[in-house]
Write a protein that binds this ligand. Sequence first.
Ligand SMILES: NC(=O)c1ccc[n+]([C@@H]2O[C@H](COP(=O)([O-])OP(=O)(O)OC[C@H]3O[C@@H](n4cnc5c(N)ncnc54)[C@H](O)[C@@H]3O)[C@@H](O)[C@H]2O)c1
Ligand SMILES: [Zn+2]
Ligand SMILES: [Zn+2]
Length: 348
Amino acid sequence: MKALVYHGPGQKAWEDVPDAAIQEPTDVVVRVDTTTICGTDLHILHGDVAAVTDGRILGHEAVGTVTAAGEAVKGFGVGDRVLVPAITKCGRCEYCQRGMPSHCQTVGGIGWIFGHLIDGTQAESVRVPYADTSLYAIPAHVTNEQAIFLADSLPTGYEVGVLAGQVRPGDTVAVVGAGAVGLSAILTTGLWGASKVIAVDTNKFRLDKALEFGATDAVEVGPNAAADVIALTDGLGVDVSIEAVGYPETLLTTASLVRPGGHIANIGVHGVPVELPMQEMWIQNVTLTMGLVDTVSIPTLLKMVASGRIPAEKMGTHSFTFDQMDDAYDVFKNAASNSALKVIITPA
Ligand SMILES: NC(=O)c1ccc[n+]([C@@H]2O[C@H](COP(=O)([O-])OP(=O)(O)OC[C@H]3O[C@@H](n4cnc5c(N)ncnc54)[C@H](O)[C@@H]3O)[C@@H](O)[C@H]2O)c1
Ligand SMILES: [Zn+2]
Ligand SMILES: [Zn+2]
């Protein structure tokens, strides 16, 4: 089969690899019908994620069809259309039982294994460990183009941004970074009744998208961005400030927007140390949260996608086929100049 293989920082190739195959009785093999690229894949190609080594197939999001099932798998069979989420869970370890499968201990001690510790989903097929507890069946009327964003972006914006940030009715919320993850936070902040949602980004196209996705205000990054946001909150700062980029300067901006007693929710994947001004922050009674998504909100979000409450399909702006994988990465990497949000990648 063919797959997108990582060969060290800045290097990848769509090339021939051995077919995905069952290794454990709890595995299934899924033929990938739709996949996409995440900001985290760009961080990996940038060399920010040391655990990803030469030869690894990239990608941690897929919708596909089961083509083989191990003998212990009870809930899924050949032909089933499934969502392969970014997090794999055994369902039995201490973290899975605590509802925190992001730290499932069974495969490499972390729940994010695809395109990280084992081969990923930017491939014609993928082996899925712990299929029974990790996969989700997709209702017939939910399309692949809607379901694919439930694999990572939507639960990440919701869980690590909105839920961790404890958005409550009436809150003012800032979201720094309006990529798919930031936009997912914007979409789902509305579900909790935020009174004001301020999107902050360098990219005009994404700010326009943010307004379409439910932001009430958009602020383009520049020397006065923080002051502009604070002016929108009567000079107080926001109740919840969400970081969805992953750079030191964007976390500093995010932290500077919050009011006393507020909440800073970091979603971004960071590759270098960040120095926070604790000498100013300690007296503000703020909470800072961060973490890897658990994807435990998928059943909730799937219901809202299925009913039309969350227009997930709006995330996909460009479509490519597997043999155009390089073009898909180029468009996603240069999203600003391409008016791109998420790319949809299919076999043909
Ligand atoms: N914590 C988790 O579990 C988890 C899961 C998935 C993704 N992530 C991370 O979330 C972040 C966002 O992912 P994505 O897929 O939306 O990425 P993306 O690259 O599509 O979006 C990033 C956005 O940030 C904007 N941006 C860049 N520089 C900026 C700046 N200086 N100020 C303001 N905005 C700026 C870009 O224009 C873009 O709109 C990434 O760091 C990704 O690795 C975290
Ligand atoms: Zn991701
Ligand atoms: Zn587990």
